[in-house]
Ligand binder design. Sequence first.
Ligand code: NAD
Ligand code: MG
Length: 388
Amino acid sequence: MPDSTRKKIVLLGATGSIGSNTLRVLREHPDRLTLAGVSARSNYRALAEICTEFKVPHAVLTDPQAYQKAQAEKVFDGNTQLACGAEALSGLAGLPEADTVLIAVVGACGLQPTLAAIEAGKDIALANKEALVLGGAFVIERARAKGVRILPTDSEHNAIFQCLEGHSPAQVERIILTASGGPFRETPLTDFAKVRPADAVRHPNWSMGHKISVDSSTMANKGLELIEAHWLFGLPPEQLQVVIHPQSIAHSFVQFIDGSILAQMSPPSMTFPIQHCLLYPERAPSVEPTLNFQEAFQLEFSPPDPQRFPCLELAYQALRNGGGAPAVFNAANEIAVERFLKDELPYLAIPKLIDAALEQLATTAVPNIDALLALDSEARVLGREFKL
Ligand code: NAD
Ligand code: MG
C-alpha cells in the first residue's frame, strides 16, 4: 500500500499501556495506518524494538540518561533518527509529515506537546487527561483558534463524542460518565486504612498503568475525567454526572432534553476507542472480539458513595472553583499517588493531601501557561511536604 494513502501517526508514550494497545491497532491495520514517530521516557530498549518492528523514522527519549545509553549501546537501527528531551518531544508532536498525534504520555508532561501539536495543526487523539485538567482553557482556546480537531481517546469521552455526533449542544441535558468503581467498590470502609499499593493497582476490568489504576481505585480518575469532559464538551459541573457501572461495558451516556439517552458500548479494552480515534471518521473491523449478545450478561448501575470516594467530590469542588483549582487537584493527586506507591503515605492520605492543597493554594485567576505551571509546581511542593 503506498504511504500516501495511509494515515501517519505520531505516538507519544509508545511504551505505556495506551501505547501498547495502539500498537495492536496499528498491527491490525497496516494498510490504513503507519507510525511516523514514537516517544518514551526511559525504556529505550522497548522503544527501539517498536522502531524496528514498525520502521519508525523518528523517535524521542525524554530521559537524557536513557538517550545516552541507547546511543552507547546502538540499540536503534540506522532507519530511526533519535532525539532527546522535552523540547524534542514537542518537536515530534509537530512533525510536519504527521496526520494524527496520539498523546499517550502520563501526567502533566502531556500539556506542552499537546499545545505543540495544536500549533502545528495536527488532528489530536488525546488519551492524556492531565493536559486538559491542567491547561484545559488554553488547550481548547488554541484548538478553536487553529481549527484543530481533538478526538477524545479516554474511553468515556470517546463514548460521549460518539453519542454527541449529529446533535446540537442545546439538545443535551446532561452527560453521565460511567465508572467501574475500581477494586474497592465493595471493600468495607474500615479496611481502607490497610490498602497497600499492590491492592490498589489491581483493577478488576482494565489493565492500565500504575498511576491511573490507583486513580481508578480512589475515583480521582473519574474526577479528572469530569474536568476533562467539562473542557471537551463545554458543560458546567451541574450537567455532569457519574454512575458506577462495574462491568465497564457502557462507556458513558448522553441524556438529551427529550429524555432519550444514548450510550456507546464495547468490551472493556482501549483498542476500541484508540482505533476509533486513529481511523476517524472511517471505521474498520476491531482488533478484539466484540460484545456477544448470544451469551447472557448483565449491566448494573448505581450512584457513587461520597464517603467511599471523597476524591470525586473534591474534583467537583475544583471544577466549581475554576481558575487554577483543577490544576491543583491534578498536581496534588499526582504527588499523593506517587508517595502512596512509594509507601511514604497511607492510602487514606490521598484525598487528605488533595483537600489540603485546594484549601491552601489561591487558585482563582490563572492568566497564562507560565502562571499555571508555577501553580502546578507550588502544589507539588506542598504535596511533597504534606504530613498527616
Ligand atoms: P503508562 O504509565 O503505562 O505509560 C506512560 C507512557 O508515557 C510511557 O510510554 C512512558 O515512557 C511515557 N512517559 C512517562 N513519563 C513521562 C515523562 N515525564 N515525559 C515523557 N514521557 C513520559 O500510562 P498509561 O496508562 O498508558 O496512560 C497514559 C495516559 O493515558 C494517561 O494520561 C492516562 O490517564 C491516560 N489514559 C489511560 C488509559 C489506560 O487504559 N491505560 C485509559 C484512559 C486514559
Ligand atoms: Mg477513562
